[in-house]
Write a protein that binds this ligand. Structure first.
Ligand code: ADP
Ligand code: ASP
Ligand code: MG
Length: 410
């Protein structure tokens, strides 16, 4: 008998028919003798619908009330799935995040889980129930409802699995595993049987939304065996997220991630003196805006240029701040661009292979794609390019690094 935490995403519970299908799938595991905790998302499109409703009321909704609103999406699904399980003859009980007592900090819309009280869930499992938990939500010390950030049901599932010492956390979604890149952009993308935590973390943080980044962090930290599987196809073994294993064949590149959510800001002609970087980035950070890539050019004639990227949602706000900073610093000009994307190559095998970046640049050059910014780390190379070249860039790189073929042992 295994204890398994299963998470079903929005598309997987997108209609009542699909909710019945998920109940049928869960029934199969229960009949095999497994103990099952199910974490569900809101039905597909529901969280966005609720966000639109809020925006019709006000431009600046209270973050506390927004969390109260958004968590209703998942509450609908836990009730419907529990009913579907009852209908299939399975005993089940639903819980909101607050009812489990998934305790978080008070950072509305991006709260972090601090603790999970597993008592009620364990008691229900012990009496043969399937426990159905609302993803994406928790409560803070004061009992305020919080949410964990978009895609946060993945994190609820991994955190529940960690708290219960589950045998596996299974993320059921609308693709049958983690691919070399988003299969919606590159149909030749290949499913990976395994990927290391380190690579998955990098892929997620560079924009592959198949798993929320915090869920991967959590799984790595608490040693939770994590698997991504299809809700719609039976029998596949999906993708296992593993700790680095010498015996696993190591490709130079495991995957290509991209992020459409970035915008670029460029401040030109800044006096080249100690403290300018701080003067530029400081006010942006103080406004709670995360800065991603940063480039400072070599100074010429006593001035320098400074470019950085922020989340697209923060673009207007960051541009306003930078324009004020430019006046204070006597900078020449501020230029913004929110029609950019970041494409990244990820792979632990990169450590031992030189020349990845140059092949990447050559490939993009051959397609006449101009690189606007570059950043590298031990296991990734990222470039910022114009948004209109996203598909072309991803497909050309996928081909150049032969990602559609099984890797050869290196
Ligand atoms: P869910 O609603 O189940 O949480 P998501 O939409 O959050 O599903 O995540 C699944 C989607 O992630 C897929 O439909 C796919 O388009 C996208 N995706 C992005 N990068 C990858 C990748 N490398 N491998 C697989 N899917 C990816
Ligand atoms: N419903 C939330 C979202 O759409 C959480 C999730 O699906 O994981 O972001
Ligand atoms: Mg998701």
């Amino acid at each position: 008998m295994a204890l398994i935490v299963q998470k079903y995403g929005g598309t997987s519970v997108g209609t009542t028919e699909r909710i019945h299908a998920v109940a049928g799938k869960i029934k199969g595991y229960v009949e095999r003798g497994d103990q099952i905790v199910v974490v569900v998302s809101a039905m597909s499109g529901e969280t966005n619908r609720l966000l639109t409703l809020a925006s019709e009321i006000t431009d600046a909704p209270s973050v506390r009330e927004l969390d109260v609103l958004l968590t209703t999406g998942e509450q609908v699904t836990i009730a419907l799935l529990s009913m579907a399980l009852h209908h299939a003859g399975i005993e089940a009980r639903s819980y909101t995040g607050g009812q489990v007592r998934i305790l978080t900090d008070s950072e509305h819309s991006k709260a972090r889980i601090r603790d999970i009280d597993d008592q009620s869930v364990r008691a229900d499992l012990d009496t043969g129930h399937v426990v159905v938990v609302a993803g994406f939500q928790g409560v803070d010390e004061q009992g305020n409802i919080t949410t964990l950030g978009r895609g946060g049901s993945d994190t609820t599932a991994v955190a529940m699995a960690a708290a219960l010492h589950a045998d596996e956390c299974q993320i059921f979604t609308d693709v049958d595993g983690v691919y070399t890149t988003d299969p919606r952009i590159e149909p030749k993308a290949r499913k990976l049987d395994r990927i290391t935590f380190e690579e998955m973390l990098e892929m997620a943080s560079l924009g592959s939304k198949v798993l929320q980044i915090r869920s991967v962090e959590f799984a790595g930290k608490y040693n939770v065996p994590l698997r991504v599987l299809s809700s719609f196809e039976e029998g596949g073994s999906g993708t296992l997220i593993t700790f680095e294993d010498e015996s696993v064949e190591q490709a130079k590149i495991s995957g290509i991630a991209f992020n459409r959510d970035e915008a670029k800001l460029w401040i030109k002609g800044v006096p080249d003196q100690p403290g300018v970087a701080h003067q530029i980035v400081g006010p942006v950070a103080a406004a709670n805006i995360e800065v991603d890539m940063i480039i400072q050019n070599i100074a010429q004639d006593g001035t320098t240029d400074f470019t950085f990227t922020v989340h697209r949602n923060d673009y207007e706000k960051a541009l306003d701040i930078l324009e004020k900073t430019a006046v204070e610093l006597g900078a020449a000009e501020v230029v913004g661009d929110d029609k950019i994307v970041k494409i990244s190559l990820v792979g632990v095998g990169m450590r031992s292979h030189a020349g990845i970046a140059s092949t990447m640049f050559e490939t993009l050059a051959n397609e006449n794609i101009n690189i606007r910014m570059i950043s590298t780390s031990e296991i990734k190379v990222s470039v910022v390019i114009d948004e209109k070249y996203l598909e072309l860039g991803v497909r050309a790189l996928h081909e150049a690094f032969h990602l559609d073929a099984e890797p050869k042992t290196v």
